[in-house]
Design a binder for this molecule. Structure first.
Ligand code: IMP
Length: 423
């Protein structure tokens, strides 16, 4: 196994960090390939909780190298805060962090504009994390972005920075009626950051492909999920990057031939944060129970997550796009107390059954449900498939049958220990 991709199969928060942490034991390098501090990856080891926003979850193993890939948008303030939190918890990070020099840097004006946009009456509210993610990616595509490698280039300060800030000031003053930014202030900040960050910089395509060729095992860590992908998700209620496999290639520079496994992470039910369509959203008692049992509150913003049922078409969509070779079913224990568990087995659009997740007509689909009996007992202590109650096993088999992808692991509790390998 050379390179394994870990990708969210729903709307993010599927428990990817726990899986990445679990799999990292046998991995040399973990590469986060897109997104920024909008992600909140939670790992629990021996009862101690760690939340990562930028640094790959593999950092908890003493010898794993962690790479922040070129597809990321990196907020330096959040990065340094995370480093100091890790040091406080006595995690030795010395020599284990690398940053791709083509990753973009996210500055306070990105978060400011994100917030102003979200609060504006005349712009569609997406329910973003207000971390500046979309604004920073827009700059990248607009060719007015700043890459981490630029921070140590004299020409950048002379030729590009003044124009970038000038354009931002037109936007801030004319559109948002806000204060102007001073070029000299941004320059001072960037020069200082350049000095602090230069020790981490790498040419990621060169470094990663060379390491893989020499036999190193690599894990590609996705943030958010397939349904939040700017191209394949519920647009415009998406994030501004590609959490799917295409984003993994672009955001790391790894040769596609090296990817041998693509693992989709899905909750045993479904959640989403923010605005936008969610076909299997539950309401009332079911939703409250899922939210309470699953502790469904965002780890970045603290917002309550909307909760609903396992949706076959969503997972098949993720399987198709990402070429999934396996699934990990997380938070299965959250369903412990349900008498009946609903599964959305298909959709109807304009009275006809469809077998795909529609790009533009999501609001018009009618969801077809089946019900399965619950197991009504705690499963957190289970160590192997045969320890699980009969109805839990049937539920796992139903996921496999409906999605056409083998379930390789299930997670039955928050700790690293509460993971069962099936295949
Ligand atoms: P943004 O990524 O902050 O621009 O937010 C765009 C949408 O993606 C919003 O609905 C967010 O709630 C959602 N989102 C962004 N990051 C995450 C995540 O890590 N988990 C779940 N939802 C996310």
């Amino acid at each position: 196994m050379a390179v394994t991709l870990i990708v969210g199969a729903q709307w993010g928060d599927e428990g990817k960090a726990k899986v990445i942490d679990y799999l990292s034991e046998n991995i040399d390098i973990v590469v986060r390939y897109q997104g920024g501090a909008n992600a909140g990856h939670t790992v629990v080891v021996n009862g101690e909780k760690y939340i990562f926003h930028l640094i790959p979850s593999g950092i908890l193993y003493p010898n794993t190298i962690c790479v922040l890939g070129g597809g990321m948008v990196i907020d330096p303030e959040a990065f340094f805060l995370e480093l100091s939190n890790l040091k406080e918890k006595n995690i030795d990070i010395e020599g284990r962090i690398r940053i791709a020099d083509n990753a973009h840097i996210l500055l306070p004006y990105h978060s400011l504009i994100d917030r102003l946009r979200e609060e504006s009456e005349s712009i569609t509210k997406i329910g973003t994390t207000k971390r500046g993610i979309g604004v920073c990616y827009a700059d990248k595509v607009n060719r007015t972005g700043i890459r981490i490698g630029d921070l140590v280039e004299e020409n950048f300060y002379k030729n590009r920075l003044p124009r970038i800030i000038q354009e931002k000031n037109i936007l801030l003053k004319e559109i948002y009626k806000d204060k102007e930014i001073k070029v000299s202030q941004v320059e001072d900040l960037l020069r200082e950051l350049g000095q602090k960050l230069k020790q981490y910089l790498i040419n990621a395509p060169y470094y990663l492909n060379m390491e893989i060729t020499s036999g190193k095992r690599v894990l590609l860590e996705g943030a958010q999920g397939t349904m939040l992908d700017v191209d394949f998700g519920t647009y415009p209620y998406v994030t501004s990057s590609n959490p799917t496999i295409g984003g993994a290639l672009i955001g790391s520079g790894i040769n596609y031939r090296f990817i041998t496994e693509s693992i989709g992470i899905m909750k045993a039910y479904a959640t989403r944060v923010g605005e936008g369509p969610f076909p299997t959203e539950a309401f009332g008692e079911d939703s409250e129970k899922l939210q309470k049992m699953g502790n469904e509150f965002g780890s970045t913003t603290g917002r309550p997550r909307r909760c609903g049922w396992f949706d076959v078409e969503v997972i098949k969509h993720a399987a198709r796009i990402n070429g999934l070779t396996g699934l990990v079913l997380t938070k299965l224990d959250v369903l412990d107390e349900f008498d009946k568990i609903k599964i959305a087995v298909g959709y109807e659009l304009d009275g006809k059954r469809i077998s795909y997740f529609p790009s533009c007509a999501v609001e018009r689909i009618k969801v077809i449900y089946e019900e399965m009996p619950g197991w009504k007992e705690s499963i957190t202590h289970c160590k192997k498939f045969s320890d699980l109650p009969k109805n839990t096993r049937k539920y796992i088999e139903a996921v496999e049958k409906f999605c056409g992808v083998p379930v390789k692991w299930v997670s039955v509790g928050p700790d690293r220990e509460n993971t069962i390998k099936l295949k």
